[in-house]
Design a protein around this ligand. Structure first.
Ligand code: NAP
Length: 262
């Protein structure tokens, strides 16, 4: 299927590896020019080089910086002539117990996983509406639908973003101008973040890493973890011309792990 987005410009945040990289890869395959960001310049440049090899017809710009800071967002936005597609992403908050978290822990989580995407939406969507095309995909988490107790910072901050998107995506001045805003909710995807979580469980419990991973795999009806490429393909479709009637949705991709009917 031709997604009809070749030649568009995308800002894909937090994309030197993992799910963000999966999204950038799928968009580049579709002929979309991308600005990718991450804090670590070396890994980011290596990813940019990989993306350029995938499709010589597109421009790939790498901007090192912390997307959760105003300065990081400014340089990222300045690197694209326009933003037709915005993929919001950042590192997730740390696990833990709410009894140990203080105001500054909550503010950091809200800054990274709620205010950062809201700010980037604010700075891009009205221009998208003027041009009559815009796609925003926020990478959130399955924890928004099925909370995970030790990820309280994530459950809370991402729920704030989810509520904001539910209202904003339905504004007529956006939806009627072909600007969609959706949240893509990953279950368990095989990325460094997932593996570092398993390593921590393994170290704490004394169980071998492979046993910890196998126990988690068994909880997924698909009996495996998702891949960043699968996640990216879903993201690229949400950014397509064909997806113009999909907005304000929370879309799970989790191999069937969420146990609810709705
Ligand atoms: P990952 O493999 O660890 O990759 C994270 C990427 O984000 C890296 O490129 C990292 O590069 C970049 N990054 C992190 N913080 C950043 C910041 N402040 N500014 C700019 N770039 C930043 O993680 P992932 O698994 O892809 O996870 C992506 C998001 O999805 C996270 O919010 C995570 O909580 C969420 N999620 C993941 C899963 C899963 O199964 N993988 C499930 C549910 C939710 P630098 O470190 O160099 O900045």
């Amino acid at each position: 299927m031709d997604l009809g987005i070749a030649g568009k410009w995308a800002l894909v945040c937090a994309a030197s590896k993992g799910l963000g990289k999966g999204c950038a890869t799928a968009l580049v395959r579709e002929g979309v020019n991308v600005v990718i960001t991450a804090r670590g310049a070396e890994a980011l440049e290596a990813t940019a080089a990989e993306l350029r090899k995938l499709n010589a017809a597109v421009q790939v710009r790498a901007v090192a910086g912390d997307i959760t800071s105003e300065a990081g967002r400014s340089v990222a936005l300045a690197a694209a002539p326009q933003v037709d597609i915005l993929v919001n992403n950042a590192g997730g908050p740390p696990p833990g117990d709410f009894r140990d978290w203080r105001r500054e822990n909550w503010l950091a989580a809200v800054e990274a996983n709620m205010i950062t995407p809201i700010e980037l939406i604010r700075l891009t969507v009205d221009a998208m509406a003027e041009r009559g095309f815009g796609r925003v995909v926020n990478i959130t988490s399955s924890a928004v639908k099925a909370p995970i107790d030790f990820l309280g910072l994530s459950n809370g901050a991402r729920s704030g973003l989810t509520g904001f998107v539910a209202g904003t995506a339905r504004q007529a001045r956006l939806a009627s101008r072909n600007v969609t805003i959706n949240n893509l909710l990953p279950g368990s995807f095989d990325t460094d973040r997932l593996r570092s979580g398993f390593s921590a469980v393994s170290a704490k419990s004394g169980q071998p890493l492979e046993a910890v991973m196998e126990a988690r795999r068994k909880m997924i009806p698909a009996a495996r973890f998702g891949t960043p490429d699968e996640f990216g393909a879903y993201c690229a479709w949400l950014c397509s011309q064909q997806a113009s009637f999909v907005t304000g949705q929370n879309l799970l991709t989790d191999g069937g792990q969420y146990p609810g009917t709705y």
